[in-house]
Design a protein around this ligand. Structure first.
Ligand SMILES: Cc1cc2nc3c(=O)[nH]c(=O)nc-3n(C[C@H](O)[C@H](O)[C@H](O)COP(=O)(O)O)c2cc1C
Length: 386
């Protein structure tokens, strides 16, 4: 039970929290983590760690620019908790104490520029790729074929599951030791934690799966293991509000809100809303967000989550205009606004908006999301690289 949250009474979240303005400070965790404004740089893989996952000077410069640019909280690109969950080349890693010094340098540089930083921790689960696993099969709750990679993962044993829970707890503690302000569990987008939550990817009939309650056992055990390791250090999680799969398959907003309530009751400090997995028909990183009606594409889920939760809600996905962001806060659809692509193009966007800029320059062309085509993630519309 979260010592900071009162027990959940469904439907009582709304109205209790004072409505926020975009550039007012936000108490993410009262008396523990306060951020300067409600803009969060949502986790963004940069392909700028070295081949072994260590922090590089290039990565430090990028984070300095983000911190100088005024984001209230910066969430790092996903950092690997165990080699069996590798999903991308040159991703950050945190599966050994050897990574602490580099991560500490990253956190220290962000703090020196007045920013706050959370480490996102991930295991790729079903979407880890044999290419990065020395040819081994990825592991997942169940052996469910993934058409996006043409791979069927192997089902995890109970020993595998506890080993990975331990790996997450160790990773969270390294984030704390490295001086980060929080850790964020990547529980979205079809990676391991999301695989356990989703009825599409979790077909187990044991303690870890079978119905909504048992599919919650993995995130519950995970959060408890992390909490036992890090004490009062802020722990956040990004989850899908919808797996964006056809028909009745996978997680839908009502079920996702139930999971969020359970997470709050288990001691989560803040939650970020996203959606989709690699095989989804509608993309997580939706292209061509060109007018206000296309922005904030998970806002309905934001309203649902906010009604049922007391912990702060970050809403991510297609935030481009200051007016839309302010509307989302005013309507009680979120407490904080998450952005990824706009900040690849303009790390200084939060400060520009504070000074009056109305809209991000990002055109959602999604060239930045073509992860494997280039050496490092950047705004290719801006740099003109083809
Ligand atoms: C280049 C790139 C890398 C991303 N890497 C991550 C990641 O490491 N972890 C994560 O949770 N989401 C990741 N995302 C998804 C974003 O955090 C965000 O949920 C999504 O892009 C929608 O927000 P936006 O419209 O502001 O871009 C990434 C997106 C992009 C474009």
């Amino acid at each position: 039970m979260n010592s900071r949250a009162t027990p959940i009474i469904t439907g009582e979240g709304e109205g209790r929290r004072e409505l926020k303005k975009l550039f007012e400070p936000v108490d993410v965790v009262p008396e523990v983590l306060r951020i300067n404004n409600g803009i969060v740089r949502s986790a963004t893989y940069e392909r700028r760690a070295d081949e072994d996952g260590f922090v590089t000077d290039d990565l430090v410069s990028l984070y300095e620019a983000l911190a100088t640019g005024g984001s209230g909280l910066i969430v790092t690109g996903c950092a690997l908790v165990h080699p069996s969950g590798r999903l991308l080349p040159r991703m950050l890693s945190v599966h050994s104490d050897r990574y602490i010094d580099g991560l500490a340098r990253l956190a220290e540089r962000v703090h020196a520029k007045g920013g706050k930083i959370a480490l996102q921790i991930v295991h790729g689960g079903r979407q880890s790729l044999p290419l990065y696993l020395g040819g081994a099969l990825p592991m997942a709750p169940s052996a469910v074929y993934d058409p996006s990679s043409d791979v069927t993962p192997r089902a995890m044993t109970t020993d595998d599951i506890w080993r990975i829970i331990d790996a997450f707890a160790g990773a969270a503690d390294r984030a704390r030791k490295a001086g980060f302000d929080a850790v964020q569990i990547h529980g979205a987008h079809g990676y391991l934690v999301s695989d356990f939550i989703s009825s599409h990817t979790n077909r187990r009939q044991d303690y870890w799966g079978g119905d909504e309650e048992r599919r919650f056992h993995f995130p519950e055990e995970l959060l408890e293991a992390i909490r036992a390791e890090v004490g009062g250090f802020p722990v956040m999680m990004k989850i899908n509000c919808d797996d964006l799969l056809p028909g009745e398959r996978g997680l839908k907003p009502e079920g996702a809100a139930n999971i969020a309530v359970r997470l709050e009751n288990t001691g989560l400090d803040a939650i970020e809303i996203s959606g989709g997995m690699r095989e989804s028909t509608v993309r997580t990183i939706r292209p061509s967000i060109l007018n206000e009606s296309e922005e904030a594409y998970f806002r309905q889920a934001g309203a649902l989550f906010k009604k049922r939760l007391r912990i702060p809600v970050i809403l991510t996905g297609g935030m481009r205009s200051r007016r839309v962001m302010e509307d989302v806060l005013k309507n009680g659809e979120a407490d904080m606004i998450g952005m990824s692509r706009p900040l690849i193009r303009e790390p200084g966007l939060p400060n520009s908006m504070r000074e009056g800029k109305e809209k991000a320059d990002c055109i959602s062309c999604n060239k930045c999301a073509d992860f494997l085509k280039y050496d490092a993630v950047e705004c290719f519309d801006l740099t003109g690289k083809t």
